[in-house]
Design a protein around this ligand. Structure first.
Ligand SMILES: C[S@@+](CC[C@H](N)C(=O)[O-])C[C@H]1O[C@@H](n2cnc3c(N)ncnc32)[C@H](O)[C@@H]1O
Length: 224
């Protein structure tokens, strides 16, 4: 886990986000204790998996108010890019990072994930995604961004066997392979999380990224 100084920096970040949230919607969680649970503790659930990824650039896809990206960036010290297409959210997150003198390590992008390969093709060692999309969409979006051996760490509140099977059926097509799955209960004794990790094992057999929106609106299906 992270040391006391790092944990208090995460608390400062969260407090600034909750303050900004009074004016602009960044998170639906406004209660301080719930926010600590769901934005700090939950963000850190994937820390072992992020630490196991190869060294190098970390990206948080669909980062919203910077979760799990900021806690994981602070806990790992990795150079980090937070990505969310809502410009207003990324502008606020960037200004909080500037205020806390964190913007040398952590930067923001308000591009759509599908546009990132123009600048970041195969540049990331590890990516995370929480509350973004189904696994089948996540592995498609992540594949062109990950270097070989890079990892995609997915946070899932509820993972059905159908969702997992859909992703497993297309993982070869996009050059990804599931390498682990772990379920954990948060300290409230009731919130369950599943962390699913995919590794980039080779080139995609189809051209990626597809057109904007397709990965999420028309997920890939297996081909014969
Ligand atoms: C439900 S929020 C989750 C935010 C954060 N990860 C969390 O767990 O608190 C999903 C976010 O993903 C962003 N998003 C969805 N699709 C995206 C895409 N294709 N490119 C960039 N951002 C996207 C949305 O703007 C939204 O802020």
């Amino acid at each position: 886990m992270a040391d006391d100084q790092t944990m208090s920096l995460m608390q400062c970040y969260l407090a600034s986000i909750l303050e900004a949230n009074k004016v602009t919607n960044l998170t639906r969680i406004t209660d301080g204790e719930q926010a600590r649970l769901l934005h700090i503790e939950d963000s850190l659930v994937g820390l072992p998996e992020v630490n196991e990824a190869p060294d190098g650039l970390y990206g948080d896809l669909g980062s919203g108010g910077g979760f799990p990206g900021v806690p994981l960036a602070l806990a790992t010290g990795r150079t980090t890019l937070l990505v969310d297409s809502v410009k207003k959210k990324m502008a606020i997150v960037q200004s909080v990072l500037d205020d806390l003198l964190l913007s040398e390590q952590i930067s923001t992008s308000s591009e759509r994930i599908e546009d990132l390969p123009l600048e970041y093709k195969e540049k990331f060692a590890v990516l995370t995604a929480r509350a973004l999309s189904k696994l089948v969409s996540l592995i498609e979006l992540a594949s062109p961004l990950l270097k070989k051996g890079g990892r995609l760490v997915c946070y899932k509140a509820q993972l059905s066997s159908e969702e997992l099977d859909e992703a497993l059926a297309v993982q070869d097509l996009v050059g990804m392979r599931m390498i682990s799955q772990r379920e954990i209960c948060l300290s409230d004794g009731e919130t369950m999380r599943t962390i699913v990790v995919f590794e980039k094992v080779g080139k995609s057999r189809i051209k990626l990224p597809r057109r904007i929106g397709l990965a999420q609106k028309q997920p890939l299906r297996p081909r014969n």
